[in-house]
Write a protein that binds this ligand. Structure first.
Ligand code: FE2
Ligand code: FE2
Length: 277
């Protein structure tokens, strides 16, 4: 298949009303806030990934890989722009708005500093650590049918985004192999990157949860707690083997088994993007 078909650039136009429900995962305010909070970082993190991949492009001669890297940057560029629209609304309607903004300034400065001062192979391994975790998570989310119990418009934004994360899952991996470090470097920096990123996610999510105890309490019934527990158990059972597989020396995102929901989602968002243009 042509690269343009594998990694198409879809220009979406999601709309986020001021009264949208931030508890977009049914009966699960904590997990909803975890995602919403983590996405606050995207307008800072994804440009950092783009800068890293663009810097690597200067060292790559392989034309198909260069085209994939270009398309990776274009997809990520669309992701953070759509997320930034949602983030602006979140900061207006959620009581943690000012704290989220302060955290955003902190991560922006951090990722800018890393672009300026860290070696390219570190920045690429960080990108690959993030991308391999995202791809494993995205495939799991489709497999367990998480999008069946989510609310629009956040559902649509997330589904489009994670589907494209699966589309471009090989790009940072290949770029890392060409101009980055070897397996042990990818493993150590990549795993560290995942811990680092999740640590930041916890700080953003912690701010949202702490500022809104009423919403958390409203969903705190035994039946809902039981439902959340069962869903998380099912998720972990599917996610864990996929995440562990990314740490193996023979890991290659090309050989990942893709869920049945992947191709229909690609077609759906391609036609939605066509209606936007
Ligand atoms: Fe993305
Ligand atoms: Fe990505």
């Amino acid at each position: 298949m042509a690269i343009a078909d594998d990694i198409p650039v879809r220009r979406m136009n999601f709309e986020f009303p001021e009264d949208m429900d931030l508890v977009f995962i049914e009966d699960d305010p904590e997990l909803s806030y975890f995602f919403v909070a983590a996405w606050m970082m995207l307008p800072h993190l994804e440009p950092y990934l783009i800068r890293s991949v663009q810097a690597a492009m200067a060292k790559v001669q392989d034309a198909p890989l260069l085209e994939e890297m270009k398309r990776f940057c274009a997809q990520e560029g669309q992701h953070y722009r759509q997320h930034a629209k949602m983030n602006a609304v979140v900061k207006r309607i959620h009581p943690a708005g000012p704290q989220l903004e302060a955290l955003e300034s902190e991560v922006e400065a951090l990722f800018q500093r890393w672009t300026a001062t860290k070696p390219l192979r570190f920045n690429l391994a960080y990108a690959e650590g993030f991308e391999s975790m995202t791809a494993a998570g995205s495939v799991t989310q489709m497999e367990v049918g998480m999008f069946d119990y989510m609310r629009e418009p956040i559902r649509g934004l997330m589904f489009w985004h994670i589907m494209e994360e699966v589309e471009h899952r090989t790009v940072c991996f290949d770029a890392c192999r060409k101009v980055g470090g070897g397996y042990f470097y990818r493993l150590t920096v990549g795993t560290w990157a995942q811990m680092h990123y999740l640590g930041l996610c916890k700080r953003f999510a912690g701010a949202m949860i702490a500022a809104d105890p009423e919403t958390i309490a409203r969903y705190n019934t035994p039946e809902r707690a039981e439902k959340r527990k069962a869903r998380r158990k099912a998720y972990a059972a599917k996610a864990l083997p996929k995440q562990l597989a990314t740490y193996m020396p023979w890991y290659n995102p090309r050989t990942m088994r893709l869920p049945d929901a992947f191709e229909p989602a690609r077609a759906e968002y391609t036609s939605l993007a066509a209606s936007v243009q």
